[in-house]
Write a protein that binds this ligand. Structure first.
Ligand SMILES: NC(=O)C1=CN([C@@H]2O[C@H](COP(=O)(O)OP(=O)(O)OC[C@H]3O[C@@H](n4cnc5c(N)ncnc54)[C@H](O)[C@@H]3O)[C@@H](O)[C@H]2O)[C@@H](O)CC1
Ligand SMILES: [K+]
Length: 563
């Protein structure tokens, strides 16, 4: 399922499941815990039986000796403590049964952790569950899970990281479960919570996070204080936007969506058919690009008009043109300033470069003869060019993809966008978005920022970055899960602008269900997918935006409808 739920929607969904459908909250928690426990088992493997010693764990033993901060002789009591710590560390050799530490917060996320601890204990793992924060804050469900844990022979201990024996045991763990906070996180982590997060992040053993990596804002991906770096995040019922946005995406590891017994019809009613759904990716094509009509000719697959380029930026319009051609465009025209025309013309094979005519009307006529325009790649910020951009926006009745300096031309002139009679897709990165709107950096809630802009200005807004957000004027929103930091290089955006235009220009791709925004989100997904394949083949350091274009045949072919 690719629908995402906000933290507020999740709370409402839980509430209605319990109150209206009579499904006990403990049952939901038990299911959630079972899924989290399974993720732990997947990481650490089946329970190992105790076996004979086969040597000393060298690196771990040194833990015992770090205790002495100066070089004085240890007191007898310190000596005993060191021996005890050493014994704990060495016990891992005689008792290889996997050790799991579960860090539980006071809320229901903590309840999930306590229940997961019991399940793992019953399976035979060495498990210790720790409560972080005061007992007085524990929810009734968390307390009920504690009672079940005790019944199963376990105990919920307070977490004291100053306790050297405890720290030594924790250091021998094979896996940590992070059940500090889920959708109830309200403010930055501090004190014992922060210390627990830092502890987990400082170890090599993997972390399984319940619902969200603690410290990640589920709606925005913002890090509140610090956040757990998870190996696996088992998120319940629906994934949350914060798992794909910004820094949160970097903390989530592998995201697994676990069904915990919330009725599907309720999920459909509240999330799928909710007023402003957020999707992880556009699903309408079921990941198959429809076959090109057999009798189609080049005019049927979209004529793309590109306006861009300036002295020093001769590559940008060419990258956009190649991106468009490799995404199926029928004909691509590239209009560039006369002084760089000879350079651009040499770089173009299939695309048709032309020098910008002196007369505006001639340029307008040329653009009007096309199905879609890309305005902006490498255009520069000369006032004359910015005026030209605004005039074209006003006069052109074909869809326009506005990128880079095309977007900059709107700052202080947003009315040029509002007056448009045809569709506009804007593709700013954070810096361009800030210039356009005057909002402050960093943009904390990128989903809301993109949505608000798209609704206010009746356009499609693609806010690029980790977890690119595509927002439609009707409130629908897509988050993108593909892509990687290797794409953060000048030129990647030009390729994307060309790709979006190519898909918008191909009429057979747009049926009753595929809106401009949805098609745009598809281009974003394909672009990221090409990036991921480039990262695999060339590595994130070396891959180039032109490699993205080179990878498009593979990506598109994989997604073409099979014969
Ligand atoms: N019945 C339900 O509602 C279910 C809830 N589930 C789990 O419960 C979670 C939601 O539970 P809760 O609403 O109790 O929320 P959490 O468990 O995420 O946290 C809420 C508690 O943390 C405190 N808190 C928030 N930020 C803090 C901070 N920075 N420092 C210290 N304390 C802070 C709050 O005051 C509150 O006591 C979900 O994410 C999910 O993991 C699942 O068990 C499924 C069923
Ligand atoms: K968590």
């Amino acid at each position: 399922m690719s629908m995402l739920a906000t933290t507020e929607q999740m709370r409402e969904l839980d509430r209605r499941t319990i109150e209206e459908r009579g499904i006990p909250s403990l049952e939901l928690m038990e299911n959630a815990a079972r899924e989290a426990a399974q993720a732990v088992v997947d990481l650490v493997g089946p329970v190992k039986e105790p076996r004979r010693p086969d040597g000393v764990i060298g690196s771990a033993v040194s833990v015992a000796f770090v205790m002495m901060e100066d070089s004085r002789e240890p007191t007898p009591e310190e000596q005993r403590e060191m021996e005890a710590v050493r014994a704990i560390v060495e016990s891992k050799n005689t008792d290889p049964t996997q050790r799991i530490a579960v860090f539980c917060g006071p809320g229901n996320n903590g309840g999930d952790g306590i229940a997961a601890a019991r399940i793992l204990l019953e399976e035979g793992y060495r498990v210790r569950a720790f409560l972080v924060g005061g007992r007085e804050k524990m929810t009734p469900d968390a307390k009920a899970m504690e009672a079940r844990l005790i019944e199963a022979g376990g105990v919920l201990e307070p977490l004291d990281l100053e306790d050297r024996r405890l720290a030594a045991w924790l250091g021998t763990c094979d896996c940590y479960v992070d059940a500090l906070f889920g959708v109830g996180l309200k403010r930055p982590l501090e004190g014992d919570f922060l210390a627990a997060v830092q502890w987990m992040n400082g170890r090599r053993a993997p972390v399984v996070s319940c619902d969200l990596p603690s410290g990640v804002d589920g709606d925005t991906g913002e890090i509140l204080g610090q956040a757990v770096q998870a190996e696996t995040t088992v998120t319940f019922t629906c994934a949350k936007p914060g798992l794909y946005l910004g820094a949160g995406a970097g903390c989530a590891g592998e995201v697994r969506v676990a069904h915990i017994g919330i009725p599907q019809d309720l999920v459909h009613q509240m999330i799928w058919r909710g007023p402003e759904p957020i999707e992880l990716r556009p699903d309408y094509m079921h990941w198959n690009l429809p076959r090109r009509p057999a009798d189609g000719h080049k005019g049927d697959f979209g004529k793309v008009f590109i306006l861009g380029g300036s002295e020093g930026y001769t590559g940008a319009p060419v990258l956009a043109a190649c991106g468009a051609l490799r995404t199926g465009a029928g004909l691509v025209y590239v209009g560039v300033p006369r002084e760089i025309y000879p350079i651009v013309a040499v770089k173009c094979q299939e695309a048709m470069a032309f020098p910008l005519p002196e007369e505006y009307d001639k340029l307008l006529e040329k653009a009007r003869s096309c199905d879609v325009a890309v305005i902006g790649p490498g255009l520069g910020r000369h006032p004359r060019m910015e005026r030209l951009v605004r005039s074209l926006l006003c006069d052109l009745e074909i869809p326009v993809v506005l990128d880079a300096d095309g977007i900059n031309a709107l700052s202080g002139h947003i009315d040029s966008l509002d007056r448009r009679r045809a569709t506009t897709v804007l593709t700013p990165h954070a810096g361009e978005f800030v210039r356009l709107t005057g909002c402050a950096l960093p943009i904390q809630d990128r989903v809301t920022a993109a949505r608000t802009f798209a609704k206010d200005h009746r356009c499609t807004l693609v806010l690029k970055g980790r977890g690119t957000v595509t927002a439609a004027p009707d409130g629908r929103t897509w988050l993108n899960g593909t892509g990687n930091p290797g794409m953060a290089k000048g030129g990647s955006g030009d390729v994307l602008a060309g790709m979006i235009a190519a898909l918008l220009g191909q009429k057979h791709l747009q049926g009753p269900h595929a809106t401009v925004s949805e098609t745009t989100a598809l281009a974003v997904w394909l672009h990221g997918k090409a990036g991921d394949k480039c990262a695999q083949r060339f590595g994130e350091y070396a891959m180039l935006p032109s490699d993205l274009i080179g990878m498009l045949p593979e990506v598109l072919k994989e997604n073409e409808e099979r014969k």
